[in-house]
Structures are given as C-alpha cells and as structure tokens.
Design a protein around this ligand. Structure first.
Ligand code: SF4
Ligand code: SF4
Length: 358
C-alpha cells in the first residue's frame, strides 16, 4: 500500500537525503504557468526530495584549483543523473501501487517562461484556452518549501535544515493522496546576515529590494535577484560597459561586453557539463558564504569536524602573467595569452609521461 511513510522510506533507500509531502491545495493561487495541476489535473500530492551537494564538491573552487566537480557532481550530475534515478524508481513503486506518478529531476529546458517568470512569445502556444503554454515550469525551490522541507533564504536559495543552501531538489507529482507534512517550522535558518549579498561577486542580489509572495498562507520574502547579472557572473564573466577586445572576450566572440572576472581562472568560459553545469563562481555568495554563515551558527544538522574556509579567498589579477608550478610541463610553443611571451618547453619524453599519467 502506498502511504506517506512507505513513500518516505523508499525515497531514502533510493538515495534522497530528506523527503517531505505537500498536498496539492498548497499550490492554490500559483500562476497557471507554474501549477502542477496543469501537468496532472488529478494530482493530489507533491513529494519533494532534497539531495545534498557534497561540501567536498565545493573544495576545489574554494581553493581555486578544481572547478568542474561542483558543476558536474553537485549541479548537472545531480540534476540530470542522480535525482532522475531516485525519482524514477520511486515513481515505479507508486505506479505499481496503482497511482500515476510523474518524476521530475530537473527543470524542463523546454519551459515557456524564463527564470524571471516572463513568457517567451516565440516559444510555444497553449493547446487550448485555459491551459498553460508548454512547458509548465514547476518552481522546485517553492515546491520544496511547500513540502515542508525548509525555508527560502534571502538569497532566494532553498535552505534545508540538513545542508542549508547546499542541496538540489527533485519532485514527484502524483494522484496518490498522501498525508502532508507541515510547512517547515523548525529553527530559523536564514537570519538575514546578508553574507550572500556581500559576497555575491556579480552583486546580483539586491540588499534592500525584496520580493514577497504568499505560499500556502505563509508570507515568504527574498531579495530581488537579477538573473541576467547572475547568469554572467555565475559562469565567471564580468559585464562591462566598455568594448572588450576580441582576445579577452570570456563568452565567445559575440560577447563584446563580457570580460574575464577575477573569480574565474579560465581564459574562456568552459563548456557546460551535463547541459546546465557552468557554475564557475561556485555560489560565492548564495551558496558558500551562506553555508559558512549557517555552519558558524551551528544551525545545520550536517556537521563537520573542520570549518569550510581555511585559507584567504583567492582572486585572479588578469593584468599579470600567470605563475605556473615550477614542475609544470608546457605544451610546445605555447604563448602567454596576456603578454604573448613564448613559454613552450615540452620535450617528447615528458609529453609521453604526461600521457601515461592521464
Ligand atoms: S547568507 Fe544569510 S541572509 Fe543570505 S540566505 Fe544565507 S542566512 Fe540568509
Ligand atoms: S550564483 Fe554566484 S553570481 Fe549568482 S547569485 Fe549566487 S553568488 Fe551571485
């Protein structure tokens, strides 16, 4: 039999870190483009699941030496690989019990509205009056809130009592009527410390302007997030009013107003991992600064023996030449992209050694 308890037990056994359930009426008043009932009109419940991002996945960005792990394992890999497997397995069990269940491990890339809620008029059209334009976008952070899994912080990040901002969310929409959990009423997580605002490299979170919404009768407020600014800063770009010379453009030849930021070590934005992973800023403000602040206050359940920040935060000075390790083997005739100075010193034998090390 499918019950709240059996669903939660199964979800955890499949790999979810925390599970909560919201009855569908909690979405009353949701914009049509964001209402789960637009996808499944007979839906009775939404099952929300929290999946932790390993603190270790942020270590390489914190140290400035290994950036892809957060984008791959903590971002795209969780969203496109791990979460889908958990939600699909749980859906199988619910459908074996006789109730339709829709697995959602990631936001639809075909969605009709953008991150700021605006409808793209050239994208799709409703198939009948009263229906949303495809695809509907279920707001996963709000879904997690409505399933009782935690709070929405000033940063607009979903904060769980286990991991703070260090999580991603998967959901299942189902026709099974399950006992809902209360909206989170545990210890206050976001204390408006504003570390997210101060440390966001792109200044994407407004310090005073806020957005207020009513979710299942509760007032929820967060700082206004400039998604366009975040999108550039997040990938390691620095927007400028000045024209950027071609060889310094960070996001390709057309990005003539985006240069390399001090929070990226890459000459060009690296390619996305698992479709969406391009988190070069490593959530400096909304993720790492917030996590550090919450850990300092001892409000998170997932505790560590050592504090996260152990060294002074780094910053790249793009006007200077890089200092490579003395034992680094340069590719033949490589020139320094800043000074043009030739640096290549590779010999055949060192090249083949490196190949073996791969
Ligand atoms: S950094 Fe502080 S203000 Fe920002 S979301 Fe986290 S706890 Fe809230
Ligand atoms: S992802 Fe980076 S740029 Fe965007 S809000 Fe967070 S800290 Fe700021």
């Amino acid at each position: 039999m499918i019950t709240s308890a059996s669903v939660k037990k199964l979800a955890k056994s499949f790999g979810a870190d925390a599970v909560g359930i919201g009855n569908i009426e909690r979405w009353n008043g949701a914009p049509t483009q964001m209402d789960p009932r637009q996808i499944m009109p007979e839906a009775k419940s939404v099952i929300g699941m929290v999946f932790r991002v390993m603190r270790g996945s942020l270590r390489g960005i914190e140290e400035g030496t290994f950036f892809s792990n957060y984008s791959a394992m903590g971002y795209g890999g969780l969203t496109y690989l791990y979460i889908p497997m958990v939600v699909m397995n749980l859906c199988k069990a619910i459908e074996d019990g006789g109730y339709e269940a829709l697995p959602m491990g990631h936001q639809s890339d075909w969605r009709a509205i953008d991150n700021e809620g605006y409808l793209g008029l050239q994208h799709s059209r409703p198939v009948a009056p009263g229906r949303a334009a495809p695809d509907v976008m279920i707001h996963l952070r709000i879904a997690a809130y409505l399933c009782g899994l935690g709070e929405i912080g000033y940063s607009k990040m979903f904060l769980s009592p286990q991991f703070g901002p260090r999580n991603r969310v998967g959901i299942i929409i189902t026709e099974a009527k399950l006992k809902p959990d209360p909206i989170y009423n545990g210890p206050k997580l976001c204390n408006r410390c504003m570390a997210c605002v101060r440390e966001c490299p792109g200044n994407a979170i407004h310090a005073r302007k806020t957005v207020k919404v009513k979710l299942a009768g509760h007032e929820v407020e967060w700082g206004e997030l400039d998604c366009k600014v975040c999108d550039i800063a997040f990938s390691g770009g620095l927007a400028t009013n000045k024209h950027v010379p071609k060889n310094e453009r960070y996001r390709g030849p057309d990005s003539d107003h985006i240069k390399r930021a001090p929070w990226t070590p890459f000459y060009q934005k690296p390619r996305n991992l698992y479709n969406s992973g391009q988190a070069v800023c490593g959530g400096r403000g909304c993720l790492r600064a917030c996590m550090i602040s919450l850990e300092k206050r001892h409000v998170l359940k997932n505790r560590f023996k050592e504090k996260f920040r152990r060294r002074k935060p780094w910053s790249v000075d793009w006007s200077t030449s890089p200092d490579y390790p003395a034992d680094a083997v340069m590719g033949k005739n490589r020139s320094d992209p800043v000074t043009g100075e030739k640096r290549g010193n590779a010999s055949k034998s060192r090249k083949s050694e490196n190949k073996e090390a791969d």
